[in-house]
Design a protein around this ligand. Structure first.
Ligand code: IPE
Ligand code: IPE
Ligand code: MG
Ligand code: MG
Ligand code: MG
Length: 301
């Protein structure tokens, strides 16, 4: 086995451990909400249990671990809620009024498996439940408020929703690099920054550490969305677990469409390098975050 293959499988094993923790935490948190309407619960379980990559929650746990030596109950709650908000964003992104997709995480999208109204309400439920959990489960109230603030900003109308709005408005237009960077930074990278910041806050990082990890998150998040655009034109639906080639059909403003595939790959690599450079002050303890930045470059789904 080549050294790089060994490094990849080490990283995959580390990610799998985090995926297990996140899935268990999500299951537990839902089970602890007996008053959720049963029809809604089915839709929530369906979307949350589907095999997502869980990169954002893993980032929360790793940033906490980097600063505190291990993850903690606060980071686990933060990891679970960022996955809830991300999952809600996918359920709504797939609706006929937005990207109109039939396949997600290898399964029929929520509105196909249930119906459109249930998918809208399931999204609403995941978003609000995330904030309820932060308010309930984080005993340190200053930390709870800060986590809520960060998540609301990243997911809200000046964050992810701004990006989703701009993404829709940019359909069928000739995009510029600036507008693309706005869309991708807002719809995706800010949630990655939020994941890193939440983890760093749970690990009781200094303001400088929180800022550096947040910048790292922003860089890999932008790279992640560029990779998503690249995969849309270069991978199969089977591989992705979602419909490939959708961006061209919907005339989306994407990096491959605006700057071409080769330049898009180059930008993605530049961002990974810049992200890794931000980890300098953390020494070897940040190796898993270095591996993450590199692994995202070669991701196939
Ligand atoms: C899909 O995110 C939406 C984007 C921001 C590109 P992921 O690629 O992380 O989707 P899952 O969670 O693994 O399904
Ligand atoms: C979605 O971007 C980003 C979100 C905030 C959900 P895309 O529309 O490109 O994500 P996919 O390709 O459907 O996963
Ligand atoms: Mg979209
Ligand atoms: Mg989409
Ligand atoms: Mg996409």
């Amino acid at each position: 086995m080549s050294p790089s293959r060994t490094a990849n499988s080490d990283f995959d094993a580390l990610l799998s451990q985090k995926v297990r923790i996140v899935t268990e935490t999500l299951d537990r948190l839902l089970a602890e909400q007996p008053e959720i309407h049963e029809a809604l619960r089915q839709a929530l379980l369906y979307t949350l249990a589907a095999p997502g990559k869980r990169i954002r929650p893993a980032l929360v746990l790793w940033c906490c671990e980097l600063l505190a030596g291990r993850d903690n109950a606060e980071a686990r709650a933060a990891a679970a809620v960022i996955e809830m908000v991300h999952t809600y964003s996918l359920v709504h992104d797939d609706l006929p009024a937005l990207d109109d997709d039939d396949l997600r995480r290898g399964r029929p999208t929520c509105h196909k498996a249930f119906d459109e109204a249930t998918a809208i309400l399931a999204g609403d439920a995941l978003l609000t439940l995330a904030f309820e959990i932060l308010a309930d489960r984080i005993d340190d109230s200053a930390l709870a408020v800060e986590l809520i603030r960060q998540l609301a900003r990243a997911a809200g109308p000046a964050g992810m929703i701004a990006g989703q709005m701009a993404d829709l408005k940019a359909e069928n237009t000739v995009g510029s690099i600036d507008s693309l960077e706005y869309i991708h930074t807002h719809k995706t990278a800010r949630m990655f920054r939020c994941a890193a910041v939440m983890g760093a806050l749970c690990g009781r990082g200094s303001p400088e550490q929180v800022e550096a990890l947040g910048q790292y998150g922003l860089k890999i998040g932008l790279g992640f969305q560029i990779a998503d655009d690249i995969l849309d034109v270069s991978a199969s639906s089977e591989q992705l677990g979602k419909t490939a080639g959708k961006d061209v059909t919907a005339a989306k403003c994407t990096y491959p469409a605006v700057v071409g595939l080769a330049k898009a790959k180059e930008l993605e690599q530049d961002l990974a390098r810049e992200a890794v450079a931000l980890l300098e002050p953390f020494g070897r303890r940040a190796d898993v975050l270095r591996q993450l930045a590199t692994a995202l470059l070669s991701r196939r789904r």
